[in-house]
Design a protein around this ligand. Structure first.
Ligand code: UD1
Ligand code: UDP
Length: 362
């Protein structure tokens, strides 16, 4: 049995790691195809090294560009690679342009397609990830779902229950695995008390006005903020002539993107998270930390409901003020938040690989 993974973005390397470990333990052959959507050392290579993921056999070098350019580059270069490799099944991850492109190519070749982290819906059709996820889900033969709400989303869209498997979240598997490994290994260059922040979404970087609003929001927080900055955010702050303004904020400690081990340490040590990242906003809940999510998007509704995610509408002064006050409360309290169990038991990869084995051996 030969399994192919198609990945291209930072969060996908992390999602792939526990699946690859499980395949290895069953001695199942795997081949990794990297689309090349992310390519900086600290957005790609570092994850393969740190998480012990086999090197990609092929890199499609799709690179950066508009949505259509990146998607088209992957589509046009992937087909031949799949024809040569002849996998028995293909795994795709998450909701990026690489996921969308891979779903289209694999499904047209009629090779069994498995979607990891299927089902979340923001119900916002302008959100680029929503479009990618809907197409990938509907084209996939089997959908591995991280949480119960996402199961309902898929059923409501008419996807037959036989195709849906509630596996829990592979990011939870990996988080537990790495946190256990890197315990007590906190880098010395960070302050003792800090807020962790990451943001990169298209909605928060699409215009100078929006980035100014983000900076104004951050400037109202009187607390040290560690900010491993995504290359997109850095590039656009520079392009919009806002980089100096960010540097002038003495509370802000801007660093290059960090590796996953460092990120899990930062999440474990921070007072709270400010992030528009789908992955990080969920990971904060794994360590009982609150996430302030600076985008009006229905991300992880169960975490919003449980009070672990606060949505900040940064275009609304009232919402900003309310959340600045809520942050103060979190910073002044030593109380740990309950860690919810919405995302399975940390054995998602096992459920996924066992299902794939069964399906492909039938
Ligand atoms: C993409 C995904 C997003 C996901 C994110 C994870 C889509 C539509 N978006 O967003 O869902 O949350 O990955 O991080 O697929 N860049 C570099 N070096 C890199 C990668 C990117 O400099 O290694 C810069 C380039 O200027 C590029 C920009 O970042 O144009 C955006 O990269 P892109 O992959 O298009 O989107 P992300 O914002 O990373
Ligand atoms: N992450 C990381 N280093 C960083 C920022 C994020 O390792 O500097 C990890 C984070 O812990 C999570 C994943 O990258 O596991 C989230 O990726 P990202 O925010 O790029 O994408 P999203 O989840 O929004 O699609």
């Amino acid at each position: 049995m030969k399994i192919m993974h198609i990945v291209g973005n930072r969060p996908q390397f992390i999602k792939l790691a526990p699946i690859s470990r499980k395949l290895k333990s069953y001695q199942i052959e795997e081949v990794i195809i990297h689309t090349g959507q992310h390519y900086d050392e600290n957005m790609s290579t570092i994850f393969f090294e740190e998480l012990d993921i086999p090197l990609p056999k092929v890199n499609l070098n799709a690179g950066s560009g508009t949505h259509a350019q990146v998607t088209a580059n992957v589509i046009s270069r992937l087909e031949e690679v799949i024809m040569n490799e002849r996998p028995d099944g293909v795994l795709i991850y998450g909701d990026t342009n690489s996921t969308l492109a891979a779903a289209i190519v694999v499904s047209k070749l009629n090779i069994p397609l498995f979607h990891i982290e299927a089902g979340p819906r923001t119900h916002d059709k302008f959100n680029p990830e929503e479009k990618n996820r809907i197409v990938a889900d509907h084209l996939s033969n089997y959908l591995f779902v991280p949480d119960k709400i996402s199961v309902n989303n898929l059923e409501n869209e008419g996807i037959s229950p036989e195709r849906i498997v509630f596996s829990g979240d592979v990011m939870y598997d990996q988080f537990l695995y790495t946190a256990a490994q890197s315990k007590d290994n906190f880098p010395e260059n960070y302050p003792d008390n800090f807020i962790l922040m990451t943001w990169h979404r298209q909605e928060n970087t699409c215009s100078r006005e929006r980035m100014k609003q983000m900076l104004s929001f951050i400037e109202q927080i009187n607390y040290k903020i560690v900010f491993p900055i995504h290359p997109r955010t850095r590039k656009l702050l520079v392009e919009y002539h806002l980089w100096q303004r960010a540097m002038d904020n003495t509370k802000l400690m801007i660093t290059a993107p960090v590796g996953y081990k460092e990120m899990t340490s930062l999440l474990s040590r921070c007072k709270m998270l400010i992030s528009d990242s789908g992955g990080a906003s969920k990971e904060a809940s794994f360590v009982g930390k609150k996430c302030f999510f600076p985008l009006k998007l229905d991300v992880w509704p169960e975490l919003i409901e449980a009070g672990l995610i606060n949505i900040v509408d940064i275009e609304d002064a009232g919402s900003v003020q309310y959340n600045i006050e809520a942050m103060r409360e979190v910073l002044n309290s030593d109380q740990e938040l309950p860690k919810p169990d919405f995302f399975g038991n940390g054995n998602a990869a096992e459920i996924i690989v066992n299902t794939i084995k069964k399906v492909l051996s039938a």
